[in-house]
Design a protein around this ligand. Structure first.
Ligand code: AMP
Length: 354
């Protein structure tokens, strides 16, 4: 920073015989001591954090206090912070939250229609996720459409392992499909997304399962995998669909249909849209899924372009020049958002205002 050049990147899969501490220590050893700041991705910031923040002992405790909202993510994120702070004790550590971008949602978007006391007592509300990704593509879309942020109505479709659709206006999140947890919203690779909540006790009774069993099924055995019985990977399902597999076709149709629900809701919330953005693993790489989503939306304002533009790769507009809604593919870059936030926070600390 500030020239935003990648010096090195990597990815180490965790296995039971590689605890987080040794895995991270391996990475830090390779990176060395010439580090000015560490940015940490923290999944849940609840309503305590509407922006990235330097991690002090106080901030660490605040993140701990909301860990029950993301029991699979926040504790392990904090373990990472602890290890990194031990390794790099003298430099700033910054927390970047998946939820903070969505703190601009109005109450009619973020409240669940359940007794208000549960919101007051337990902070049960929609928080939304993939914030850094939605923020990154928003910034890029503003550049690509060359229009002021406060004039643009955007629908950001982050379609990867997790899926979330966000309605953006005035450069801010106005509504998003994920909820209190990343289990809500659209159907995903292995997650169910929204279902009738009465299904949960029903399954407990009929299948003799505990609540945890059911939640585990909704997280890991549902979505594309659950319907197809084959895979959570769109590429595999497209192949099976081609070979005539009915359940693969059904899984993909249902997946598209759930995404349509949220695009439709976003169009209504925003009173139309200027841009529709596809990002993340599937959104960036699957022309078939993008086409299935966009086909049949001419009256909503989406006109497809010729095949060449439709396929291609990298950041680009894929709708026809006459399309009222510009459809864009924007490869996401969450790490860059994290690096920028860290960089700006370090400048603020040094007394520079931007
Ligand atoms: P992400 O969570 O953004 O890393 O996205 C991961 C998902 O992207 C995987 O589940 C893959 O199914 C999907 N994916 C990656 N490449 C492709 C591709 N070329 N076509 C379809 N899906 C893809």
């Amino acid at each position: 920073m500030p020239i935003e050049q990648i010096i090195a990147k990597g990815n180490i899969p965790r296995t039971p015989d590689h605890p987080l501490e040794t895995t991270l220590a391996d990475i830090f050893q390779q990176v060395g001591n010439d580090v000015d700041l560490v940015a940490h991705r923290i999944v849940h910031g609840a309503d305590l954090f509407s922006a990235s923040i330097r991690i002090t002992d106080d901030v660490f405790q605040q993140i701990q206090s909301i860990s029950h909202l993301a029991p699979l993510h926040n504790p392990v994120n904090l373990e990472g912070v602890e290890v990194a702070r031990r390794f790099y004790p003298d430099i700033p550590h910054v927390a970047v939250f998946d939820t903070s971008f969505h703190q601009t949602m109005p109450p009619e978007s973020f409240l669940y229609p359940i007794p208000y006391a549960y919101y007051e007592k337990h902070k049960i509300r929609k928080y939304g996720f993939h914030g850094s990704s939605h923020r990154y593509v928003l910034e890029r879309a503003v550049q690509m459409l060359d229009a002021p942020k406060n004039r643009l109505r955007l629908i950001s479709c982050h379609i990867g392992n997790g899926v979330s659709v966000t309605a953006i206006r005035n450069g801010q999140s106005y509504n998003t499909s994920m909820g209190l947890t990343p289990l809500a919203g659209v159907a995903m690779g292995t997650r169910s997304g929204n279902i009738d909540p009465a299904i949960i006790p029903f399954l407990e009774r009929l299948e003799g399962m505990t609540t945890n069993d059911v939640i585990d099924i909704l997280n890991h055995q549902s979505g594309l995998l659950g319907i197809s019985g084959i895979s959570n990977d769109v590429r595999v399902l497209l192949e099976h669909e081609q070979q005539g597999d009915e359940r693969a076709r059904l899984a993909l149709d249902l997946f598209i249909s759930k995404i349509h629900n949220y695009i439709g809701a976003s169009l209504a919330k925003l009173n139309g849209a200027d841009g529709l953005i596809f990002t993340a693993g599937i959104g960036e790489n699957s022309p078939e899924i993008r086409e299935k989503i966009c086909l049949g939306l001419e009256y909503a304002g989406i006109y497809l372009d010729n095949q060449a533009n439709w396929e291609g790769s990298g950041e680009r507009v894929i709708s026809s020049p006459y399309s009222p809604i510009k459809v864009m593919v924007i490869p996401t870059n969450e790490e860059l958002i994290m690096a920028r936030d860290g960089y700006w926070l370090s400048l603020e600390k040094a007394g520079v205002t931007g």
